[in-house]
Design a protein around this ligand. Structure first.
Ligand code: G
Ligand code: G
Ligand code: MN
Ligand code: NA
Length: 253
């Protein structure tokens, strides 16, 4: 309860911030970044989403928080563009609760319009489970936003309940292979087969496969051999505050 009342005031008190973690191509060049929320609690310090996102979802606080995340991410990337950094896209995590909101599309379009960010520079990460609650409504919203240029990826792919028929029906641009399959990649033949299968399935569906949680050179090389074009993980960079992320961009200018 105390956490809830603190969270309600977190936006107004400027306690929320976004970290950014790069996505890289096969040559380890930054092609985009994921925005990851942090809560700077005045007494407890930096709190990770694992410790507060759930409560924002259960209480509905995720709706204003999600709006703040979208606006902040779009404004930040637009500012980086203006500084001459060529960062193709920003990826924003969307909770089931946000996707279900009747004004979800409006919220997204408002963030784009007010920031002046080209819509194609915004990618939204949704999970399999957040789409199955009301698939027809989700598909309609996604199609509307996609018609404006916004892209969608499925986060934590492989851990949800999605059937392959969903994959065909949902208007999706990319699959993010869940970190759990990547972490044991060099030890587990089973995980190797799963990763290979997801990558070839993505290719057959004409969508991108993105591997998350890449921590070693061996994992990266395996993924590249399987045809994975985009990767993310501590091997390349941890999530970083905006200023430090800008240093990374500066270095590869
Ligand atoms: O940043 P970290 O790797 O600790 O993120 C943990 C989880 O929190 C991720 O799986 C991510 O989906 C979720 N998360 C991070 N930022 C946001 C956000 O802005 N909105 C929502 N809904 N989830 C987020
Ligand atoms: O579910 P989602 O993909 O949004 O989760 C992102 C989370 O994964 C963030 O909390 C981020 O800190 C974490 N993360 C990103 N890269 C790595 C990695 O290489 N290894 C591990 N263990 N966690 C990672
Ligand atoms: Mn994500
Ligand atoms: Na996620």
């Amino acid at each position: 309860m105390q956490m809830e009342s603190h969270l309600r005031k977190a936006i107004g008190n400027n306690e929320l911030l976004l970290y950014y973690q790069p996505f890289v191509d096969r040559a380890s060049r930054i092609v985009g970044m994921e925005a990851l929320i942090r809560w700077h609690h005045p007494e407890l310090g930096l709190i990770l989403p694992a410790d507060f996102i759930r409560i924002t979802e259960d209480t509905g606080i995720i709706v204003p928080v999600g709006r703040w995340v979208l606006a902040t991410a779009c404004n930040q990337v637009r500012a980086w563009h203006d500084m001459g950094f060529d960062t193709p896209f920003v990826s924003v995590n969307i909770s089931a609760r946000q996707l279900q909101e009747s004004d979800f599309e409006q919220t997204v379009l408002q963030a784009i319009d007010e920031s002046g960010l080209p819509p194609a520079c915004l990618n939204l990460e949704v999970t399999e489970s957040s789409m199955i609650q009301n698939p027809e409504a989700c598909i309609a919203k996604m199609q509307h936003l996609r018609s404006r240029g916004v892209r969608f990826s499925i986060d934590d792919f492989g851990t949800g309940y999605s059937s392959l028929s969903y994959l065909k029906r949902f208007p999706i641009d990319a699959l993010k292979i869940d970190r759990s399959f990547v972490s044991d990649l060099m030890k587990s033949k089973g995980d190797q087969e799963i990763v290979k299968t997801i990558i070839s399935m993505a290719r057959n569906l004409n969508i991108d496969a993105v591997a998350e949680g890449v921590e070693t050179q061996a994992q990266m090389e395996f993924l590249i051999r399987c045809g994975c074009d985009t990767m993310q993980g501590y091997l390349f960079a941890r999530p970083l505050p905006a200023e430090q992320f800008a240093d990374l961009l500066e270095r590869q200018k």
